[in-house]
Design a protein around this ligand. Structure first.
Ligand code: FMN
Length: 418
């Protein structure tokens, strides 16, 4: 359905549609700002374009990257993004979403070393620089394939979880996850990544805890308790931090769920956004020395936005900008830039120019057209014949637990099988 919405023939059409809908969509005259370098801490990124974490559902049974994984990241490396944010990588078997999800442990470490080295070599060979490499530490929580680890009850949804025992994951088990995240960070450093990301978004374990308002004990209730696992995981990972290796986060600032199940919403009922708590957490991260992070809004299509996703994109830019403007000390990477097809670069550049974010991550665009960063650099525009159509095909593959990529532009590798 979405592909019907984003068939704009010019930036003017986007502007006119935004005006007709009474929303603001940042849209630059040129994508030039994305070519600029970006510095934070001791790091300088070659440009402001990043590849978002995108699961490929193609690991070996051990959790090590397969040939298909190497192919995906080789394509991203050659594309010329200044940063590649590697996908959800399980911190343990218990935290794995499914059996084709990457998993980093002592056994798979050598394969991840080869992956990181390979990406750098390809980047250097093709573009003259190695992209900055972040890897995402993932614990699936209630979406774990083995036993769902439910952090807070969600009536109506819990009953549908296979293997749900009716019990919440205990505080002791959550403490063990803090340690797991720390170990993962040590392995990520050994593997040669530049940074580890503590994932707290999209309803997985750490993200779910952010809205555990009604959970008893030290991980539920107050802001301090609900953010405890995330903050402690960041602390555990920071043990490995040095001038070369950083700790970052992907924070879901609004997950689209109403109070008392959602984060970043008003507490007087409904799902009206309220950035007070996301801002507080980002400020704490900054105080603890985290120099940059990514903000995400998960799957937040509201009833109105499902009818017209333009409304949702306006909201994503607005809320991301609210957090960035309240936390100018944090370098912020923004999310969800693949929608506007060949004009996607103009939207991303508009967000940077208007101070919504400092950096941009493209997800589905990288599957469809891994060369989009080079096209933006060389021509200022993404090739209309190669662009992502936001058709949802990659999402259906991941849902079916099949190797995931672009079913339109890369269909020989990712055929649609009924
Ligand atoms: C097939 C697929 C896999 C994804 N895998 C991950 C993932 O591993 N980790 C994550 O944080 N987000 C994941 N996402 C979300 C993306 O990183 C991104 O936020 C989202 O696709 C919106 O950005 P886009 O409009 O540029 O695609 C995934 C999305 C899709 C469609």
């Amino acid at each position: 359905m979405a592909q019907n919405w984003f068939r704009y023939r010019s930036p003017e059409e986007i502007r006119a549609d935004a005006k007709a809908n009474g929303v603001h969509i940042p849209l630059a005259e040129s994508a030039g700002v994305l070519r600029e370098k970006l510095s934070f801490g001791s790091v300088t990124l070659e440009n402001r374009i990043g590849v978002a974490p995108m699961e490929g559902v193609d690991s070996l049974p051990s959790g090590a990257p397969s040939e298909l994984t190497f192919r995906r990241y080789g394509r991203f490396a050659r594309g010329g993004a200044g940063l590649i944010w590697l996908e959800a990588t399980a911190t343990s078997q218990a935290g794995r979403s499914h059996r084709y999800q990457l998993m980093l442990n002592e056994k798979t470490l050598p394969a991840f070393q080869r992956l990181a080295d390979g990406i750098r070599e390809e980047g250097l060979r093709q573009n003259g620089f190695a992209p900055y490499l972040v890897i995402q530490a993932h614990h699936a929580g209630r979406m774990a394939e083995g036993r769902p680890m439910v952090a807070r009850f969600y009536p109506g949804r819990d009953e549908k979880l296979r293997g749900f025992t009716g019990k919440l994951v205990s505080d002791g088990e959550l403490e063990a996850v803090e340690e797991e995240m720390g170990n993962f960070a040590g392995l990520a450093k050994k593997a040669g990544f530049d940074a580890v990301e503590i994932k707290c978004c999209h309803g997985y374990l750490l993200g779910e805890l952010l809205s555990a308002y009604e959970r008893p004990g030290k991980y539920g209730g107050s802001f301090e308790n609900r953010t405890r696992l995330t903050r402690n995981a960041v602390k555990a990972a920071k043990v490995h931090r040095d001038a070369r290796f950083l700790v970052t986060a992907r924070l879901g600032i609004r997950d689209g769920e109403p109070y008392p199940y959602g984060f970043g919403v008003r507490k007087d009922g409904g799902d009206a956004p309220d950035m007070t708590e996301p801002v507080r957490l980002v400020k704490e991260f900054a105080r603890e020395g985290m120099p940059f992070l990514n903000l995400s809004l998960g799957l937040t299509l509201t009833a109105a936005a499902e009818k017209n996703p333009l409304l949702d994109l306006a909201r994503i830019a607005d809320l991301t900008g609210q957090v960035k403007k309240a936390c100018p000390e944090m370098t912020v990477s923004g999310t969800a830039f693949s929608y506007f097809r060949e004009f996607a670069g103009l939207h991303a550049a508009g967000c940077v120019e208007e101070g919504v974010c400092d950096h941009v991550l493209f997800g589905r665009m990288a599957f469809a057209d891994p060369d989009f960063p080079r096209e933006l650099r060389d021509t200022g525009r993404i090739d209309p014949g190669k662009t992502c159509l936001a058709c949802g095909g990659c999402g259906r593959l991941i849902g079916a637990r099949k190797p995931t990529g672009c079913v339109v532009r890369d269909r020989e590798t990712y055929p649609v099988r009924e």
